[in-house]
Structure formats: structure tokens, C-alpha cells
Design a binder for this molecule. Structure first.
Ligand code: AMP
Ligand code: MG
Length: 587
């Protein structure tokens, strides 16, 4: 459901039903009852409130991407959205909700929020309500129909106004009282789940010194301050001739020496002199300008330059232009990858202080789960989750303990998990946390510590167990392999990054337009496996990778992104924009 501080109510109908006429007649009744009403109307894509010739129109056409026009009585903000249509929640955020009691919406059919369906027989269109769980009442000119929804006469404005007023009052009350549904530990949104997890996870405190060769993927414990200038000396960025910048414009120069990288020319350069110089070689004293070899002709010890517009200081890298002595290079919490390791080496350092590597214990669970290597037993499946998790964890720089497949027995499970908790910093299992699972999985976990069995409003990956065993974070992921990967990306990866000491990590998200209809369900986050690509016109499109069963790892292997459909969106139509989470480097 949309998250908004005041009630939002829509009117859904086919065109020709008379939505606007009804709203026009309804509004005076609502305002008489004391409601301050905002209206949001979704219109055809090339509508315009402005008129050609008006000043605001001219200024917009001249390039103003936002145009606010104001007078004593009203103001209007017109915002151009040529790239993509503004999202419903963004549009709502444009209202000044503090000065409203209710927002009525005309249009926005495929967004999930409460709506009254308007229906007139003469229009000859089908009903919407059987396929739309957001319809909370029907107003029509039909005799009573078979539906549990409240039914109103479309011509009885007092009845409709009474219903709307009651809806506004009830919703306002509900918005001001925390509902047990949103706070229940058993049913969480993706954001609530992640927040609850991250809240209980602390950043590391220990540190260790680590050599350059071992730094890949480690996280800095202490900031790095540059002990030197990088580069240490002014040096040439080209093969060519070094001269004095205040000595440009001569017909010719005398070549008085040559300096190669790693060597120095040991006297100051005089006017009329040049030194042949190689890339990376320190520029001689006074020589602050280099002319490329391609623009030079040397005859004996005389050099001439073909290029006329030479600039003093050109082609010289200045000492400290990359990093200055005493400059803070990296802060604590920085993840070290190739460029960072190169920069640390360029400072002359051989080691630095990092957080210890996380040790992660990984189990699979389930009597049907069999390790690869032997012929498959009746009713069994090969264990894939453990190998998925181990590879992900290794690529995040963790040390992994492969703890095998947990036997379906209470005592075995209790002893294996508590032993894992003594040696590992974090424990991850897959399988055995959904509603229908063997009870002893849960009872074993319950007897080990405070483990919450959540249902996350997401697909795939609804069941999730999270808690602590002997103080060590424990994740009980679902069993289906795709659900394992999506839950890992959504909950485990951020938690591990925090435990590794990495600060401010956020997954990369962007938008693409859908090339196929994408269905979701109101109230849950839908993660489909997608493939995005750049089109020749520069736009980014996305499609799904075919069948999306949560057991089908192939859908993940063929994907380069997850498509994330937020809980308040019911479906995404071809051409509409949708959030994507690129997966390069994350799967
Ligand atoms: P569960 O949540 O335990 O009911 O498991 C859901 C589905 O995931 C079942 O079809 C299991 O067979 C499957 N599954 C559980 N663990 C694994 C595993 N380690 N590798 C592959 N599939 C698994
Ligand atoms: Mg199972």
C-alpha cells in the first residue's frame, strides 16, 4: 500500500462513465462537510494546462524545465518530464498534505490504493472489481449485484459523499494508530526486514595489519593519510623536449641533454635550451613545459617545433597532483579494490590496517537434499544452495566454513548449529523455514536463541528466519535456489557488508522501461530476474528472463538485473518504467 500521511481514494471507471462530472458534483458536498480535498487527475500524455502565447508557456518552451507561476490567488508548478512519467508516490509528494484531509484521484488505474469503481450500464463495459483487489466499493446504476463490496447508487450523491467522508475519517484514524499488521514481527516489508536486521548487527572493532598482496576486498579499519606527494616530482607526461615556459616562441632551441624515466638532469635549464625527455622522467629545474616529439624536429643538437600555439606548463604532471602529502586518501570503512590497492602502493606503503575477515558457516537443510557426486536417490534433489552461497561469500571476501547438509533431527541440528556459532561470525542455512516445513527445524532454532520467523512481503523469498545463536547472527534462508539468491542479495549482503565494516554501501538501482507486461501483487515487492540493454537511442529497456519459478536458477543465470516492483504497484505495462537492480559483480 502507498505510504502517505493522509487518506488517498481513487475513482476507477471506463471513460464515458462520467467520473469528472460526478467528482464535480461531489466536491461541494465534501467541502461542506469540512474536508479539505486535493485532486490528482491522470491525463493523456500530451495534455497541457498552459496556452500557447502565455508568458509561462513561452518560458517553458524556451527551456525552463520547471515553471512556477504565482499570483495573489494561486500558484501552479509545471514540471517537464520528458524522460519518464513521474511516479505516483512522487506526484502525491507534491501536495501540501498538511493543508489537506483527503486526496481524490481520477485515473491511475494500475496503481494499488483504495478506489471506488463507477459503473454505468449504458457504457457497456465489464466490471473492474473482480480483478482488482483495490476496489473498496461500487457505485453503479445496476440493481444489486453479487459482491461483498459496499454498493452505492451512482446517482445518489449524498450516499457517495457520505461514504467518502466516512472513508476519510476512518483512514485518518487508522493512519494515526499504529496497526498491528505493520508492526507484527511475523509480517514485514522488505525495508522493515532489512532495517530490523541491520539494527541488530554491529560493525567490527578488531583490526589486523594486512600486506598489499592480501588487500583485495578487505575493508579499511584506519584512514590512510598520504606520507608523500604523488607523483613525488614534476615529470613529463609525453616523450618530447622540455623547455622553460617563459622561453616559448623561439625558432629553435639547443638540445643540452637527455633525461630518461628514473634519471635526473642535474642542472637548471637556461633560456634557449631544451632537454630531450621521456614520459615519466622528472622535468629539469626551470623546465615546466614539454613539447611532444611528434611536433619536434631535431638536427644535430638543434630542435625546432612545428606547433605554433604552445602553452606554458603543457604536458607536465605536477608533484602532488594525484595525492598531496598529508592528504586524507581513504576513510575507515572503505572497501579496497584494484584502484585503492594501487593507490596505497603508490604511496609507498606495504601494508595497512583492515578489519578481520568474516568467517561464515554455511549449511543446507532438508532430508531430500543430497550432496552432488553420487547417483540421485529416490525423491532427492542435489544440493545447489550451499555452492551458490559459498561462491557468493568468497567473492565478498569472507572465509567460508562449508558445514554440509544438516540432518533432519533435533539433537543433530542443535549441536551442529551451536558448534558453528562458536567458530563462525555468522551462520547461514537454507531451507526449512517456510510454513509447511518439518517442525523440528524451527524448534531446534527456537531452542538455540532468539530467532524470528518472518514472512517478508516479497517474492521470491517470503520466509526468512533471522536472529542470533550465542550472539552470532543467523540467517535461515528459504529453500528454493532463486529465493536463496534474492534473499541473500536483499538481506544477507547488506548485513555482511556492515559486519565487514564497510560504510555507506547501497545497492545500485536505476530505471528501465519494460518491453513486456509485468505482473505483481499489491502489498509485496516483486523481484523478477531481468535482462536490461541499451537501445541505439540511448534508452534502457528491460525484459524478464522467461519462466520465473523460484526453483529455476537458469532465470538467474540469464539475468543481468533484478526487476523490482514496489508493493504499491499492481502491474507494469509495456513502455512503463520500472526499477532495476543491476547484478554485475553481485551474483
Ligand atoms: P523448503 O523451504 O525447505 O520447503 O524448501 C523449498 C524448496 O527448496 C524445496 O523444493 C526444496 O527441495 C528446495 N531446496 C531446499 N534446500 C535446497 C538446496 N540446498 N538446494 C536446492 N534446493 C533446495
Ligand atoms: Mg525443506
Amino acid at each position: 500500500m502507498i505510504d502517505y500521511p493522509i487518506p488517498v481514494l481513487g475513482f476507477a471507471a471506463y471513460s464515458g462513465t462520467g467520473k469528472t462530472t460526478l467528482l464535480e458534483a461531489l466536491l461541494p458536498k465534501l467541502t461542506q462537510s469540512g474536508l479539505r480535498v486535493g485532486m490528482l487527475k491522470h491525463a493523456h500524455h500530451n495534455f497541457d494546462v498552459d496556452k500557447p502565447g502565455k508568458d509561462s508557456y513561452r518560458l517553458r518552451k524556451a527551456g525552463a524545465s520547471q515553471m512556477l507561476i504565482a499570483s495573489r490567488n494561486r500558484f501552479a508548478l509545471m514540471t517537464e518530464t520528458p524522460e519518464q512519467e513521474a511516479e505516483f508516490s512522487y506526484l502525491l509528494s507534491r501536495f501540501d498534505a498538511q493543508h489537506l484531509d483527503l486526496i481524490l484521484v481520477e485515473g491511475c488505474k494500475n496503481i494499488a490504493f483504495p478506489k471506488i469503481e463507477l459503473h454505468r450500464q449504458a457504457v457497456g463495459k465489464p466490471w473492474l472489481y473482480p480483478n482488482d483487489g483495490n476496489i473498496i466499493a461500487i457505485a453503479s446504476d445496476c440493481d444489486t449485484i453479487e459482491s461483498a463490496l459496499p454498493q452505492l447508487n451512482i446517482n445518489d450523491l449524498d450516499a457517495i459523499s457520505g461514504f467518502v467522508t466516512e472513508f476519510a475519517n476512518q483512514s485518518t484514524k487508522a493512519l494515526n494508530t499504529p496497526s498491528c499488521d505493520t508492526l507484527s514481527p511475523a509480517y514485514l516489508s522488505v525495508e522493515q526486514g532489512l532495517e530490523a536486521i541491520l539494527e541488530t548487527i554491529s560493525s567490527p572493532s578488531q583490526s589486523e595489519e594486512c600486506q598489499l598482496h592480501e588487500l583485495d576486498l578487505r575493508v579499511l579499519k584506519a584512514p590512510i593519510v598520504s606520507p608523500i606527494n604523488v607523483p613525488a616530482h614534476n615529470n613529463s607526461a609525453m616523450d618530447g623536449y622540455a623547455i622553460r615556459g617563459d622561453d616559448l616562441g623561439r625558432d629553435q632551441y639547443k638540445v643540452v641533454g637527455e633525461v630518461l624515466a628514473g634519471h635526473v638532469f642535474d642542472r637548471a635549464l637556461n633560456a634557449g635550451e631544451a632537454v630531450k625527455i621521456m614520459t615519466g622522467a622528472p622535468t629539469p629545474k626551470n623546465a615546466d613545459t614539454v613539447i611532444m616529439r611528434e611536433q619536434s624536429t631535431q638536427n644535430g643538437d638543434i630542435v625546432t617545433f612545428s606547433q605554433q600555439n604552445l602553452r606554458a606548463g603543457q604536458n607536465v604532471r605536477l608533484a602532488g597532483e594525484d595525492l598531496k602529502v598529508q592528504q586524507r586518501v581513504f576513510d575507515t570503512g572503505k572497501r579496497l579494490r584494484s584502484p585503492e590497492i594501487g593507490m596505497i602502493a603508490s604511496l609507498g606503503l606495504t601494508q595497512c590496517s583492515v578489519f578481520p575477515r568474516l568467517r561464515v558457516g554455511v549449511f543446507s537443510t532438508g532430508d531430500e537434499v543430497q550432496a552432488p557426486g553420487q547417483p540421485l536417490k529416490d525423491g532427492a534433489i542435489y544440493d545447489s544452495n550451499r555452492y551458490v552461497l559459498i561462491s557468493r561469500l568468497q567473492r565478498m571476501g569472507c572465509l567460508v566454513d562449508d558445514l554440509g547438509i544438516l540432518e533432519d533431527s533435533h539433537p543433530c541440528m542443535v549441536s551442529a548449529l551451536s558448534e558453528a556459532a562458536t567458530q563462525c561470525d555468522i551462520i547461514i542455512t537454507s531451507g526449512g523455514v517456510s510454513v509447511g516445513d518439518a517442525d523440528f527445524v524451527k524448534s531446534a532454532l527456537e531452542s538455540l536463541g532468539e530467532i524470528n520467523f518472518w514472512r517478508i512481503n516479497m517474492r521470491p523469498g517470503r520466509p526468512l528466519a533471522f536472529g542470533h545463536i550465542q550472539g552470532k547472527p543467523f540467517f535461515g534462508l528459504p529453500g528454493n535456489p532463486v529465493a536463496v539468491m534474492v534473499s541473500f542479495l536483499t538481506f544477507v549482503e547488506p548485513a555482511i557488508r556492515k559486519m565487514q565494516g564497510e560504510s555507506d554501501w547501497q545497492p545500485l538501482k536505476t530505471v528501465a522501461f519494460a518491453t513486456e507486461d509485468l505482473r505483481s501483487r499489491q502489498g509485496r515487492t516483486e523481484f523478477s530476474r531481468g535482462y536490461f540493454e541499451f537501445l541505439p537511442d540511448g534508452r534502457v529497456s528491460v525484459r524478464t528472463t522467461g519462466a520465473q519459478g523460484s526453483g529455476m536458477l537458469r532465470s538467474m543465470s540469464e539475468a543481468n538485473c533484478l526487476i523490482e516492483i514496489a508493493p504499491h504497484i499492481d502491474c507494469v505495462k509495456v513502455g512503463e518504467c520500472v526499477t532495476i537492480i543491476p547484478l554485475q559483480g553481485r551474483i
